[in-house]
Design a protein around this ligand. Structure first.
Ligand SMILES: [Zn+2]
Length: 423
């Protein structure tokens, strides 16, 4: 794999909508060329098969960064090209021996050329999506600036996802009043299948990495919670994952980010989505929370994500489920089939707490799972090892917040995490 970045001060693109217009700033173009052994099919770190759509993308930064260490450019590119690289990756500037070593150890890929000093930084920023998990992370770190990734169209790939309202999310991020850097990118369109999206989950950080010297970043906080960090989560479910290759500090990605001087920080990595929901709803940023990518004036209320988050919110607020989604809707169908489910711990939590669950689309799931308030009480507390893996400069802040607002799991509760998926 051969990777090159080129810069451009302003751009001559023709935006599709006025909200796509980008004023000023700096545009970085990434082009990658496959070697004979590389393929346009590959796998994300979570095991998902991926098919490439195109070999170029761009990242728009709000201003020209004073400098960009070559490790930052290389790692940003690596979040895009890793799935399709088989043997070696050649960057257009020499990288540090530290980053080359991390890529070699993590992926078995030769990375180079080598010849830059290692990089470091001091501040922690939050990769802010606007969802409940990142709002909860923001509540824990009240002084941390936000970096928000906004999807824009790709000039050579048709956008079949026009309902994805990335402009609405960017406006909500601006309304938080935090120091905010919005980076805009079409990198999700390098992915053809299963759908446009981040080739690796870490590609959401591509813009933050390119701005890391400008912002003096030594860490980047993500809103990945207990489920994603420790219980499998998402495409990769029902399994205790201390060595999670995406989010463990000692995993391939954790080491690569650390080598580039931008440590991955998971402030909410020890708490469930019930806790992040509660913290988000209690937060001063409550009005800016939005997990749905479809609605303009509010969440759409009809997509699978809205249904799942409504289950959690109703459980936290101890009220009946409010949804227009009926049992025949495709998004509701999986809840009448037997487990396992993605995010199953939260389905158990919701089914155990929502009055009248037996009259909702989750009736069958509730029956299958047989969860009770007692059997799901561990999901109201923090898993202590998640605090220990937060890098030292930010650990005490998070630990103090969690001690005051959440509390920690006892040994029996922690064992629920560590035996998840075994019974
Ligand atoms: Zn929705």
């Amino acid at each position: 794999m051969r990777v090159s970045w080129t810069s451009e001060r302003t751009s001559e693109r023709t935006p599709e909508r006025s909200s796509d217009r980008f004023s000023g700033g700096a545009v970085r173009h990434l082009t990658f060329r496959l070697d004979p052994e590389d393929g346009i099919t590959g796998h994300c770190a979570d095991g998902q098969p991926l098919k490439m759509a195109t070999n170029s993308c761009r990242v728009e930064l709000p201003r020209e960064p004073r400098e960009v260490h070559p490790d930052l450019e290389a790692l940003a590119a690596w979040t895009v090209v890793a799935p399709w690289t088989r043997r070696a990756v050649v960057f257009d500037r020499p990288i540090s021996a530290e980053l080359a070593g991390a890529i070699h150890d993590g992926w078995g890929i030769e990375a180079g050329p080598v010849g830059a000093p290692p990089r470091s930084g001091r501040r922690l920023a939050i990769s802010y999506s606007g969802g409940a998990d990142s709002v909860a992370a923001a509540a824990m770190l009240p002084d941390a600036p936000f970096v928000h990734f906004q999807r824009v169209s790709h000039p050579r790939v048709p956008n079949r996802w026009t309902h994805y309202r990335s402009d609405v999310l960017a406006k909500l991020a601006a309304r938080t009043g935090r120091e905010l850097t919005v980076v805009r990118s079409d990198l999700e369109f390098t992915l053809a299948e299963p759908r446009p999206g981040y080739p690796e989950h870490h590609a959401v950080a591509a813009g933050a990495l390119l701005m890391a010297d400008e912002l003096d970043l030594g860490g980047l906080a993500f809103g990945y919670e207990l489920g994603s960090r420790w219980l499998g989560g998402d495409r990769y479910l029902l399994r205790y994952t201390p060595d999670n290759p995406m989010w463990a500090p000692h995993g391939a990605w954790g080491r690569a980010f650390a080598a580039a001087g931008v440590h991955i920080v998971l402030p909410v990595g020890g708490v469930s989505e019930a806790v992040t929901m509660r913290l988000a709803l209690d937060s001063p940023l409550k009005e800016c929370v939005r997990w749905c990518l479809r609605g303009v004036d509010g969440p759409c209320g009809t997509c699978g994500k809205c249904l799942y988050k409504e289950l959690i919110q109703a459980a936290v607020e101890r009220r009946p489920l409010r949804t227009a989604v009926g049992p025949d809707r495709p998004v509701a169908r999986k809840w009448s089939e037997p487990p396992p489910y993605g995010g199953q711990e939260m389905i158990e939590y919701g089914c155990a707490r929502i009055p009248g669950i037996e009259d909702t689309v989750f009736a069958k799931a509730a029956e299958f799972l047989g969860a009770t308030e007692a059997s799901t009480a561990w999901l109201d507390r923090c898993y202590p090892p998640a605090i220990e893996e937060i890098p030292e400069p930010w650990r005490a802040t998070v630990r103090d917040f969690v001690a005051a607002e959440v509390g920690f799991m006892n040994d029996d509760e922690a064992r629920r995490v560590e035996t998840w998926g075994l019974s």
